[in-house]
Design a protein around this ligand. Structure first.
Ligand code: NI
Length: 649
């Protein structure tokens, strides 16, 4: 017997209370639950994550302090349809709490996707509906279980998926070119059986393929005129890693990864004035929702909550060097469980690397020809998730000047529908003959638990206004900034306004910079949009948070998700919209800032057969946080760039 291979695992030394659960800890959590609770055979583990300790404990934690490692677990009993939440102390080998949560549905579990596809394909009525359309080879049918949302259907109380389908012509074919429009299977996921089939209309399959590789499409010849572009970091990267703690160029932070949110950043700070000055306690994607704008039967329920319903973290890709990230890369695995309680590790789910970012700052003194240039570099931590047809990259960038950037990249396949010959769709774009992509939007809500120089922060709205005509403004050129502290949660539900260059600053009224202003970070908005569904729509009842670009709440550790804890099949009224009804004070308080980012997507022909990345994002920019430009100490580029040519007027 090979003793090296026995179960004597090395006990991991957990150095910090925010270190994510290790594979061993996930195993132990499941074992403790199985031992101490009579878990039925049809219990599924919907989620096993670190139970984050209280903020006070984390902030006062000193290296070597004892840590009670706890897991937060969501379980679903397929037998009864009941959902439970449990907290397990791994350290004390004990189930600390066990709670039945009524009238909720956990998000999809990955194994449910596969089982759902099986169930639909095995259903004789569904097979009949396929046969009517001339589809006989079930292996080529792609079943995408869409979240059911909430439309007051008779299936209320059941755990439901609405399965939409596409069909390939061959195993490596792009099936999204051939939507089986008009056919939906309603699946009971607890019983894993089809309960109903909706057969609205039999549409012809579009005539052309949607293939995008040279192997699958004769019309694609890969370019051969591209020379290598190598990123060489001969002395290695400039960051330092200790577990999930990262330090780089004055930045200091930790990260974790959850099946729902994907990347989570903690305790982000910047070293300045001899100490690490805190900026954010926790930053994460708090929800994303993709509402479709087509009111016709096959598409009018498409509102995917990709984070709360599907779990962006559990859908993370394993990343590959040279493909997903270039340069000196450090990858991290994401640890979670499958629904049967087995450890599931996504290798290389998170990528950490540095990128050259062009000119940081530059000035040429044209009288003496002295030029000073500093290059900018950014540290990027990212992951990519595939949600059926779409693929999303999430990038957090740390810049040397204290700017923090958030970018989302949307790519992959647009959602598709079939058209009759000559049919011109009102609510979408024809992207190929008899194939169309409905109009839709992608909303991303980022939750930022701020701690600018300390826990107590305020939010200030700034609007730029033109000066009145008159003696003070003789040439009518004047304008100035009007600032206002937003004092309550209801007052802070706000939207962007291009006319006033509106933005918001997160300030610490108790910490002043050297000219006496409160230190602050401002939200630098980039592209954004507003929703078009009206207030009576199911979407707006469930995702009312997309009505505003900004929300600010008083910190409550139970308020983590813009759509509420259990958005799947939820009729709405939970989440951010509910949190702000308390209308708590947000001035000089422990506050959480929620920023909503909308990508308005009217599909283009060029989005097909695969869409080039659409990038959307925002930045948190220091605004009087530092006393002056904090990058004067950046090293000069080597060799020094000087005296190249002469100055000409
Ligand atoms: Ni899109």
């Amino acid at each position: 017997m090979d003793t090296m291979n026995s179960h004597t695992y090395i006990k991991t030394e957990i150095k910090h209370p925010l270190e994510p659960l290790t594979p061993t800890e996930v195993e132990q959590t499941v074992a403790i639950l199985r031992n101490q609770k009579q878990l039925g055979p049809r219990i599924r583990f919907a989620q096993i994550v670190l139970k984050e300790p209280e903020k006070d404990f984390v902030l006062s934690f000193q290296k070597g302090d004892p840590i009670d490692r706890q897991a937060f677990v969501i379980l679903l009993d397929n037998e009864t349809g009941k959902t439970y939440e449990s907290i397990v102390s791994i350290t004390n080998k004990q189930v600390i709490s066990w709670k039945y949560i009524s009238n909720v549905q956990p998000g999809f579990m990955l194994d449910e996707f596969e089982e759902c596809e099986e169930a639909v394909k095995n259903d004789p009525h569904y097979q009949e509906a396929l046969l009517k359309r001339g589809i006989t080879n079930l292996d080529l049918v792609m079943i995408d279980p869409w979240s059911a949302g909430y439309f007051g259907d008779e299936e209320e109380g059941k755990r439901i998926a609405r399965a939409l389908a596409w069909v390939r012509k061959s195993p490596n074919d792009n099936g999204y070119a051939y939507p089986i429009s008009g056919l939906t299977a309603i699946v009971d996921l607890n019983k894993m059986e089809v309960i109903r089939i909706e057969d609205f209309a039999k549409k012809p399959l579009p005539p052309l393929d949607g293939n995008y590789t040279p192997e699958t499409s004769d019309s694609i010849k890969l370019r051969t005129d591209l020379k290598p572009l190598d990123i060489i970091q001969s002395e290695g990267p400039s960051f330092e890693i200790d577990g999930h703690h990262i330090s780089w160029q004055n930045w200091d932070f930790r990260f974790g990864f959850t099946p729902r949110e994907g990347l989570v950043l903690y305790n982000i700070g910047y070293k300045n004035k001899g100490r690490i000055r805190p900026i954010l306690y926790r930053a994460s994607l708090a929800e994303m929702v993709v509402p479709y704008g087509d009111p016709t039967p096959f598409h009018n329920r498409q509102n995917a909550f990709d984070s709360g319903e599907y779990g962006l973290g559990q859908l993370a890709n394993s990343l590959t060097l040279g493909c997903d990230c270039l340069g000196e890369i450090r990858y991290f695995d994401a640890v979670m469980s499958d629904s049967r309680g087995n450890v599931k590790t996504i290798p290389n789910a998170v990528c950490l690397h540095e990128e050259d970012n062009g000119i940081g700052w530059k000035h040429t003194d044209w009288r003496n020809d002295n030029t000073e240039v500093r290059r900018s570099r950014r540290l990027v931590i990212s992951f990519f998730a595939t949600v059926a047809n779409y693929d999303y990259g999430f990038y957090w960038s740390f810049y040397q000047d204290g700017t923090l950037g958030v970018e989302v990249k949307a790519t992959g396949m647009v959602n598709t529908g079939s058209l009759e010959e000559g049919e011109a769709p009102k609510y979408g774009t024809v992207i190929a003959p008899q194939l169309y992509a409905p109009n839709h939007q992608h909303f991303f809500v980022f939750r930022m638990d701020t701690q600018i120089d300390g826990t107590k922060n305020s939010i200030v709205e700034t609007n730029t206004v033109p000066e009145e005509k008159g003696a003070d403004n003789p040439f009518n050129n004047g304008y100035y900034v009007k600032s206002k502290v937003l004092k309550t949660e209801s007052e802070a539900a706000r939207s962007l306004n291009l006319e006033t260059a509106r933005t918001w600053k997160i300030i610490n009224p108790n910490s002043k910079n050297y000219v006496g202003q409160p230190v602050s970070y401002k939200i630098l908005a980039e592209a954004n949009c507003v929703p078009y569904a009206n207030d009576e729509s199911s979407l707006m009842k469930r995702a009312g948070f997309i009505k505003n670009h900004l929300h600010v709440t008083q910190y409550d550790p139970n308020e983590m998700y813009a759509s509420g804890k259990y958005p799947n099949q939820n009729k709405g009224g939970d989440g951010l919209v509910k949190y702000i009804q308390a209308d708590r004070n947000i001035e000089n308080e422990d506050i959480v800032v929620w920023y909503t980012l909308g990508l308005h997507h009217i599909p283009r022909l060029e989005d097909w057969p695969v869409m080039s990345v659409d990038v959307i994002g925002f930045q948190l920019k220091p605004f009087g946080f530092f006393d002056r430009n904090p990058t004067l100490d950046l090293p000069r580029p080597t060799p020094r760039c000087e005296d190249h040519g002469h100055h000409h007027h």
